[in-house]
Design a protein around this ligand. Sequence first.
Ligand code: NAD
Length: 557
Amino acid sequence: ETLNKKYTKEKYATPTGTELTCKGWVQEAALRMLLNNLDPEVAELPEELIVYGGRGKAARNFEALDKIIQGLKILEDDETLLIQSGKPVGIVPTHKDAPKVLISNSQLVPNWANWEHFDKLEKAGLMMYGQMTAGSWIYIGSQGIVQGTYETFGELARQHFGGSLKGTLNVTAGLGGMGGAQPLAITMNDGVCLVAEVENWRIEKRLQTRYLDEKIDDLDEAIDRALEAKKKGERVSIGVPCNAVHLLERLKTRNVVPDTLTDQTSAHDPLTGYIPHMISLEESLELRKSNPEKYVELAYESMVEHVKLMLELQSKGAITFDYGNNLRARAHEKGVENAFDFPGFVPAYIRPLFCEGKGPFRWAALSGDPADIKATDDLILELFPENEGLKKWITMAQDRIAFQGLPARICWLGQGEREKAGLAFNELVKSGKVKAPIVIGRDHLDTGSVASPNRETEGMMDGSDAVADWPILNALMNTAGGASWVSLHHGGGVGMGYSIHAGMVIVADGTDEAAARLRRVLRNDPGIGVIRHADAGYEIAQNTAKEHGLDMDSRLG
Ligand code: NAD
């Protein structure tokens, strides 16, 4: 009688406050985070249980969702709920320190690991696509992508411009769901952003949400404004309604070389994503329907031109990189031999951070009270006073990022730092300075939790890009360490057959038991990433491993 076929805000509202609806805070945290993932403020399509990333879901169907909720409510402290691709399949006796939920999503035997086979199973009701944080119940809305983009440009600034983008011109394109974070991330790093976007409504949307500062219709005026802002060292982002190719052509003609150059148009999808420059937006939308083959042909031709222009500007001195949209591969398919002359963003800017165990550490206030996040923000600033980038991020996030669902925060912390923050949060809960426990987790895009040869593990030094033992060890290790829930997924980010990755969430409920678990899990979780990169030969990782006592050889003597 509790079965429900549709999403209603009343039935699936996230509990907040200090009263338990489950038998313990760990179970309660899992329940609140599951429902938070589906909150209409957080999820793209709650009526289909879709959280984000195409069809990334939190539960397989409404029947499964209702059973998970019931299961979490009856779960004892010494039991574990098992989830198979979004459906609860059993409650088993474990012990107090064991995860309260174990999740496996979208796993297929490698020879069957493709969309075609997955689609059949999904249709038959046997599977669900978990994406990364959708099926592991720790998605926190668009704050995650803003922060990841901020880190990328921050690392670029450290590598090339002494730590700040002040006085630099940063050119890109695409103001969609993910790409829309670029102008904000660039101005947060004090630079000038000039961004092309063909769809006017996207520019308007970013202006409204204050991710973008200005819109200038005329191409030359926009370039002039950007150059003037660069000269003055102004922090500003300018959107120009045009095709990326047209912007780059104009820069080339005027001999303007940007300091940095990238792109986040949806080049991963030549038919429903990328818009070719030879025809107008209206004509594109029409052609997509009337002649899809012709459309794809034009899109490819346009992407070839796009990459050639990027290569040309790179040769003139622009620091150029691919932002995870597969643009290089498209041009390469059509004969641009040197398309891969500019690097992907992970090997260029994210990997050095991964080598120090840095990754997307995030947390949410189970009370639902924004004041609890304010208390954790203050604590983070107190714990890491020397970290200027972190200080800037927290201060700007407080000003520019609206909470979606349960108040949450993300910041990239490294080996040693995550443990320190987690234990300090636990003390905060114990002292009553926050109203309810804090739940800590991370994206699967992290240092030791993913194998994805076209993205996170592209171009590993030792050629181990496709080795998937690491995410599996990560999940096993976090289970042994006593994380609150652990998940192992397939196909997130880049699709079926292309990635294996693991999730981890741990609750700081103020108890001594939680402190012991936090100490283990938040040391080991980034630790295996440092070990993975040290093993592949990265010197930064080898040094980090030594510094934190993670290196095997010195243990063996
Ligand atoms: P989206 O589809 O929401 O937005 C893409 C935008 O690009 C649209 O607004 C579209 O109008 C615009 N566009 C398309 N062709 C264009 C052209 N030739 N010139 C100018 N504008 C054009 O996609 P999204 O979620 O913003 O993601 C963008 C791309 O980035 C995707 O390919 C995605 O896979 C990739 N991505 C990268 C990361 C990362 O961490 N690097 C993360 C997520 C997504």
